[in-house]
Ligand binder design. Structure first.
Ligand code: BMA
Length: 340
């Protein structure tokens, strides 16, 4: 009998592997066959990483950051029967604007994919006089209609909530600079229509814990649970040899998600395996999606590894919520309403 509940559909075919016996630390374990997407995964694409997937029809669908062989990132659609072996479309996603004219941003990276009501939204980072948030919607994965950029530059890593809260769409983002931003907190914004965004609130900031001391950023779309919104995010530290990206966890208030109820002081996953420590950018674990089954409480976390691969890790709702609660350190800035 589960202690906690997920408020989302059952996904009985969620990718899964049992917990190994010798696991120390956080209850998050890697798929033993990682990485699930290796180098040169499709014609003209050198690397796929930082990508988002979700259940679709009898299988799974995803939006993938494909680093083309000319070095420019773009978004590709992929499909899978088991959530592990993926087939990618050979062409980039052909966005159109609201008049049906072709819209191809100069670059597009770190996509998220979130279903709200009957529509699927893709949110990514693109050029808008510098790094900013791009957004598109689809109902059939054939026509992808680009919406106007929701936020001013510079911003990155926007993550939409899977349902409206108090009647409004909710989106996390991290205001930034246009480069390798050496700062950053998570903010939330609301919109009645995905056109006008406001009620911007600060959710949580970087923390003294070394692994999240430089910047933090939303990762996977929050999972609705009986304890609040379960958020897997990334935290970054700076070393003499560059940034290190780890996965963190927090639980946000269900009706007022700018309030952090619990925030785990320990990382949940940090670069340790060869595919996380070695690659185009070493030492990166960058979560962008979960597939989760409300019946069993199983959660599969998809994360980019070393800007080169896609990795898969597992946890369960009961174990991760207990771990976050047990190691929670919530500071004053995490519990205020985020207004100044
Ligand atoms: C960030 C983003 C991510 C990337 C990370 C590590 O600024 O560009 O796409 O994974 O850096 O290089």
């Amino acid at each position: 009998m589960s202690k906690y509940k997920m408020i989302s559909p059952a996904v009985p075919n969620v990718p899964w592997q049992e917990k190994p016996e010798n696991l120390n630390g956080a209850p998050v374990w890697r798929y033993t066959e990682n990485p699930i997407i290796g180098r040169n995964p499709a014609p003209g694409v050198a690397r796929i990483f930082n990508s988002a997937v979700m259940p679709y029809e009898d299988g799974f669908i995803g939006v993938f950051r494909g680093e083309q062989v000319n070095g420019i990132p773009y978004i590709y659609l992929g499909r899978s029967e088991d959530g592990i072996r993926w087939d990618f479309e050979k062409d980039k996603i052909p966005f159109v604007d609201e008049n049906g004219e072709s819209f191809m941003p100069a670059y597009a990276y770190d996509p998220r994919l979130v279903k709200v009501e009957d529509t699927y939204y893709i949110i990514w980072c693109q050029d808008f006089y510098g790094a900013a948030i791009g957004m598109a919607k689809t109902t059939d994965f054939k026509t992808f209609t680009r919406l106007e950029n929701p936020f001013l530059p510079f911003n990155r890593n926007a993550v939409l909530f899977p349902r409206k809260v108090n009647g409004n769409f909710m989106m996390l983002s991290r205001p930034s600079d246009s480069g390798h931003t050496p700062f950053g907190d998570i903010f939330i914004s609301e919109s009645p229509d995905l056109v006008y965004w406001g009620k911007h609130r600060h959710i949580m900031g970087k923390n003294p814990e070394w692994w999240q001391a430089v910047k933090i950023c939303g990762g996977a779309a929050p999972v609705e649970t009986s304890e609040g919104w379960l958020l897997f995010y990334h935290g970054v530290t700076s070393t003499c040899n560059g940034y290190v990206y780890s996965i963190g966890g927090a639980i946000l208030d269900i009706d007022e998600p700018s309030r952090v109820k619990y925030r785990c002081e320990n990382f949940l996953l940090t670069p340790e395996e060869w595919y996380e420590e070695r690659g185009f950018v070493p030492n990166v674990c960058f979560p962008c999606a979960t597939i989760h089954d409300s019946e069993s409480g199983k959660i599969a976390i998809y994360y980019g590894a070393a800007d080169s691969y896609v990795g898969l890790a597992f946890t369960t709702l009961d174990e991760i919520v207990d771990y976050i609660k047990e190691h929670s350190v919530v500071r004053a800035a995490d519990t205020e309403e985020g207004r100044r």
